[in-house]
Design a protein around this ligand. Structure first.
Ligand code: NDP
Length: 281
């Protein structure tokens, strides 16, 4: 029987750090992990996943733009994947896929563990309502934040995210144009891909910031620069990118596939130090 295979599916996928991270986790545990990056178009993703399973694929990560499609392809899903409506971790069970979403727990572990934040009782502003935002919103609420305010370029997606959380009063949506009326926040999270497209500048009201505000961009590398530059210029005492979240969500996936919890500091430091583009915080 061939060795079990693992992969990350996305488009584009060439830039993905996931093979490097999973391989490092494997080495630390004495496992030779066969984990590859597989480029798949939205139309080609279901067939690519099927071919992967037929060829010994037992676990996969899923990134842009396949997280919702992966959710739909799963026979069973965890409750956090159901609340997110998106799957980033697939586990083969017999002839079927089981889906989970580790993005949220990855962010919370990075915030509370690596960065030592206490999320309990905090007001949190979430910019964006795409797949990443839907993954992190339930985890933030579960971590005990006081209130989650969600704003998105397309306001109906922010409304839908809040509705899916079923936490009336704790999760609310607001208009981007009316951010000035929202008061200040202890945590501001950029979960948009704005810096990857047109109009890359962030020009948010200074009234969002207080003396305790931490700003986090789920992006890392160059894509995190515009938001973090705004946050630092606005006076945020603490700001960092999504590299730690990336490593933590990967650790959670590794644990589900291999039954062992990997240590994350070494690969985090390696990725942070290896590439100047990743050093944004
Ligand atoms: P989606 O495509 O699902 O969502 C994109 C989001 O960005 C939407 O809210 C969209 O708004 C918003 N957006 C896009 N362009 C603009 C713009 N010009 N101005 C304002 N808002 C804009 O992507 P994901 O949610 O999956 O990912 C978002 C980012 O988070 C990505 O860049 C991704 O790399 C990063 N990420 C990082 C992870 C990590 O581990 N560190 C994990 C997952 C994601 P609208 O709805 O109006 O289109």
């Amino acid at each position: 029987m061939s060795a079990p295979r693992y992969a990350v599916f996305g488009q584009p996928i060439a830039h993905s750090q996931s093979p490097r991270i999973q391989s490092a986790f494997g080495k630390a545990h004495g496992i030779a992990v066969d984990y590859r990056a597989i480029e798949a178009s939205p139309e080609g993703f279901p067939a690519a996943l099927e071919a992967f399973a037929a060829d010994g694929g037992v676990g996969a990560n899923v990134t842009l733009p396949h997280k919702e499609a992966a959710f739909a392809l799963c026979t069973t899903t965890t409750s956090r994947a159901q609340r997110a409506g998106a799957v980033n971790t697939l586990l083969r069970k017999g002839e079927r896929w089981h889906g989970d979403n580790t993005d949220g727990i990855g962010l919370v572990r990075d915030l509370t563990g690596r960065h030592g934040l206490d999320l309990r009782g905090r007001r949190v502003l979430l910019l964006g309502a795409g797949g990443a935002a839907r993954g992190v919103a339930p985890a933030l609420l579960d971590a005990g934040i006081l209130e989650l305010v969600v704003v998105n370029r397309s306001p109906e997606r922010a409304d839908a995210l809040v509705d899916a959380m079923s936490e009336p009063g704790r999760a609310i949506s607001a208009y981007w144009e009316a951010l000035r009326e929202q008061g200040d926040f202890e945590l501001i999270i950029n979960a948009t891909s704005a810096a990857r497209g047109e109009g890359t500048g962030f020009n948010l009201p200074l009234s969002l910031i207080n003396s305790m505000t931490t700003a986090v961009d789920l992006n890392y590398g160059e894509a995190a620069i515009p938001f973090l530059a705004w946050a630092r210029a606005a006076g945020c005492r603490n700001s960092f990118d999504g590299l730690g979240m990336l490593v933590e969500q990967a650790a959670e996936s590794f644990q589900q596939w291999h039954g062992m919890r990997p240590e994350t500091d070494a690969i985090y430091a390696e990725l942070r130090g290896r590439d100047a583009l990743l050093v944004t915080a």
